[in-house]
Design a protein. Structure first.
Length: 145
């Protein structure tokens, strides 16, 4: 094997894991330690209806993030039951049981309300998020008070 071929192979071996990690930014970090948290990805597809209103996602009194039209954010969560809430004129609560090292996807939707849209959090899946990923903006940690 030539010196050039060995160099190319070495570069491919080093660069491939980096490229994979960059393609999946919502995946839990890969390390040798046993994971102690799970990851929850909240996302909102870009749609015309209700596009001008942002909704805060909370757990208890803690604000985790704000979903405006075409955004997503991630949260690290300790194992166990979690209740995530959004509200406007109506309130919606999604209960998730989080396990260490797992990633959960939660989609945000709106239905027609009297004055404003009625928010809805629903379990989703990785494939749905991946289809929308290029059109979504990461707002993790932004706009939290």
């Amino acid at each position: 094997m030539s010196r050039f071929t060995r160099l190319v192979l070495a570069l491919l071996i080093c660069v491939s894991p980096l490229a994979i990690a960059q393609e999946n930014p919502w995946a839990p970090p890969g390390n040798s330690k046993k994971p102690t948290t799970g990851t929850v990805v909240f996302f909102r597809e870009k749609k015309y209806i209700g596009g001008g209103v942002a909704y805060k996602v909370r757990e208890g009194k803690a604000e985790l993030g704000k979903l405006s039209n075409g955004t997503y954010f991630t949260v690290r969560a300790r194992p166990g039951l979690h209740q995530y809430e959004v509200h406007s004129e109506a309130r919606d609560v999604l209960t998730l049981e989080v396990e260490p090292g797992e990633t959960y996807f939660v989609s945000f939707g709106l239905t027609i309300g009297v004055v404003t849209g009625r928010p809805n959090l629903a379990p989703s899946d990785r494939q749905t998020f991946i289809k929308l990923y290029d059109k979504l903006k990461d707002v993790t940690g932004k706009g939290i008070k």
